[in-house]
Design a protein around this ligand. Structure first.
Ligand code: IFM
Length: 442
C-alpha cells in the first residue's frame, strides 16, 4: 500500500484543557462540584491534576510534545484565574499564561487557545447569573475574550471560543451529572443559545483587537445511527437525535437561524461567525427506540460493540456508549465541507490504559481524514486528545486518554507506544504503507 500523505503545513499536535491539567484550580464551579462525594467516580478530585500550575510542569510536557515532533498544541485559558472576581483582572494569572504560551512558542509549537472549556468562575456561577443560564453572560464573556487577546495576542492568533456547547448543556442540564446538575431540557437549550451568543460576541471582539485572528468553535460530533436500519421509526428517531446533537449548532452559526430544539426565529449576530470549524470526534453510537425517554427524543443509545481488548469490562463501564467508527469521521468531514470553512480536528482520541487499541485508533482515524482531504475537504490540522492522562470530569482519573501516561501520585510521565507511532506519522507527514498494513484495520 502506498503512503497516505497530508498537505504541507498541516498542524499536528495534542489537546488539553485548563481544569484537566493545571491543578489547584480552586476558584471555579468544577472545583466546588468535586468536593461533594458521589459526584466523581471513585471519589476522585482534580487536586493538583498534572501540576501545570503550581509546579509549571507544562514545560516537561511541551518538551515531550516537541520530542514527539508535534508542531502545535491546543490548550485552554481558565477564566476564573484571569478574572478571579467580577471585573478584577489577575496580573499573576496573565503572567502565568504568558509563560505557558512562550514555552510553546520556544519549542516550535503553535498555540491554539480555547477560552471556555466547561469550567466557570465561581462568581459567574452564583446568582443572579447562573453561569450560562442568563443572557448577561454574553457581554461578560466578550469582555473576558477582549482582555485575553489584548494581553496574550502577541503570543497567539488562533482561538477557540467555546468547547463543545452541546456536550456542556447535555451533561449539565439533561444527564445532570456535571455542575449545576439540573435536569431541565428547556434551560439546557437556552444555555446552548447563550453559548452561541457568547461565541459570536467573542468572535467579533477578538477580530476588533486582532484583525488577522482565526476564530472558531470546537463542536463535538457523535454520529448517531439507527440500531435497526429496517425500522422506519428507528431511522427517524436516530436522524432527529443526530440533527439535534450534531447539526443545529453549526447551521445556526452559518445562517443565524434557530432550529428545534434551540428555538425558532433568527439571531443575526450569529451569522457567519466561524473562520474555521473545530471538529471533536470520538465514536458513533447506535440508537434504539425507547418510549420512556422524551428528554432524548424517544431514543436510547445502545452499549458499545465489544472492542476486543483484555480490560473490556472496565472499558465498557467507563466509556461504554460508543462504537469505534473511523469511517464516521470521514462522513462527518464530508458533511462539514458544505460550510466552506477550514476544518481542524480539535479532539480525537480513546481511553486506553494499556495502548492496546490506540495505535489502531490513531491510524484508522487519520487514514479516514486523509481520505476526506484527498477528496477536497479542507482539513488543516489534527489535535489528538490528549497529550498526557488527565482529569476526565465525572470519570475522574479512571479514563486514560494520554499519548503519555501520567502517574498522578508521582507526576511521572511515561510515553505510550502510540506517542512514537504518532511522531513517525508527523515526521513523514503521512501514514506509511507498513503502518497501514499493521494498524490500518480495526
Ligand atoms: O476530556 C474530554 C474533553 O474535555 C472534551 N471532549 C471529550 C474529552 C474526552 O471525554
Amino acid at each position: 500500500m502506498s503512503d497516505l500523505k497530508f498537505p504541507d503545513g498541516f498542524l499536528w499536535g495534542a489537546a488539553t484543557a485548563a481544569h484537566q491539567v493545571e491543578g489547584a484550580n480552586d476558584n471555579n464551579d468544577w472545583w466546588d462540584w468535586e468536593q461533594t462525594s458521589g459526584r466523581i467516580d471513585n471519589g476522585d478530585r482534580s487536586g493538583s491534576a498534572c501540576d501545570w500550575f503550581k509546579g509549571e510542569r507544562y514545560r516537561e510536557d511541551f518538551d515531550l510534545a516537541k520530542k514527539f515532533c508535534h508542531n502545535a498544541h491546543r490548550l485552554s485559558i481558565e477564566w476564573s484565574r484571569i478574572e478571579p472576581s467580577e471585573g478584577q483582572w489577575s496580573a499573576d494569572a496573565i503572567a502565568y499564561y504568558r509563560r505557558v504560551l512562550t514555552a510553546l512558542r520556544d519549542r516550535g509549537l503553535m498555540p491554539m487557545v480555547t477560552l471556555h472549556h466547561f469550567s466557570n468562575p465561581r462568581w459567574l456561577r452564583d446568582a443572579p447569573r447562573g453561569a450560562w443560564e442568563t443572557q448577561s453572560v454574553v457581554s461578560l464573556f466578550e469582555r473576558f475574550a477582549t482582555k485575553v487577546v489584548q494581553e496574550l495576542g502577541d503570543l497567539c492568533d488562533f482561538w477557540v471560543t467555546i468547547n463543545e456547547p452541546i456536550v456542556y448543556a447535555y451533561a449539565s442540564y439533561i444527564d445532570a451529572n456535571w455542575p449545576p446538575g439540573k435536569k431541565d431540557f428547556g434551560l439546557g437549550m437556552n444555555v446552548v443559545v447563550n453559548l452561541l451568543r457568547g461565541h459570536a460576541a467573542a468572535f467579533r471582539a477578538i477580530h476588533r483587537v486582532q484583525p488577522n485572528a482565526r476564530v472558531g468553535i470546537a463542536h463535538h460530533i457523535r454520529v448517531l445511527k439507527p440500531q435497526n436500519p429496517q425500522s422506519w421509526l428507528n431511522c427517524k428517531i436516530a436522524a432527529m437525535q443526530h440533527r439535534v446533537f450534531n447539526q443545529v449548532v453549526l447551521y445556526a452559526l452559518q445562517d443565524g437561524r434557530l432550529r428545534f430544539p434551540l428555538g425558532s426565529g433568527s439571531i443575526p449576530e450569529l451569522v457567519d461567525t466561524q473562520d474555521f470549524i473545530g471538529l471533536n470526534y470520538y465514536f458513533s453510537s447506535r440508537v434504539a427506540i425507547d418510549v420512556t425517554k422524551p428528554m432524548t427524543l424517544f431514543g436510547r443509545q445502545m452499549p458499545a460493540k465489544p472492542w476486543g481488548v483484555s480490560y473490556e469490562n472496565d472499558l465498557r463501564k467507563w466509556f461504554g456508549r460508543g462504537d469505534l467508527d473511523p469511517e464516521a469521521l470521514y462522513e462527518t468531514a464530508k458533511w462539514m465541507a458544505q460550510f466552506g470553512k477550514p476544518i481542524y480536528v480539535a479532539e480525537n482520541g480513546i481511553c486506553d490504559p494499556t495502548d492496546e487499541l490506540r495505535p489502531r485508533y490513531l491510524v484508522t482515524h487519520l487514514a479516514q481524514l486523509q481520505r476526506a482531504n484527498q477528496e477536497g475537504v479542507p482539513i488543516k490540522g489534527y489535535f489528538h486528545w490528549s497529550l498526557t492522562d488527565n482529569f476526565e470530569w465525572k470519570e475522574g482519573w479512571g479514563l486514560k486518554f494520554g499519548l503519555i501516561a501520567n502517574d498522578f501520585q508521582t507526576q511521572k510521565r511515561t510515553p505510550r507506544p502510540s506517542a512514537g507511532i504518532y511522531a513517525r506519522i508527523i515526521r513523514e507527514n503521512g501514514i506509511a504503507g507498513d503502518l497501514m498494513d499493521k494498524y490500518g484495520r480495526l
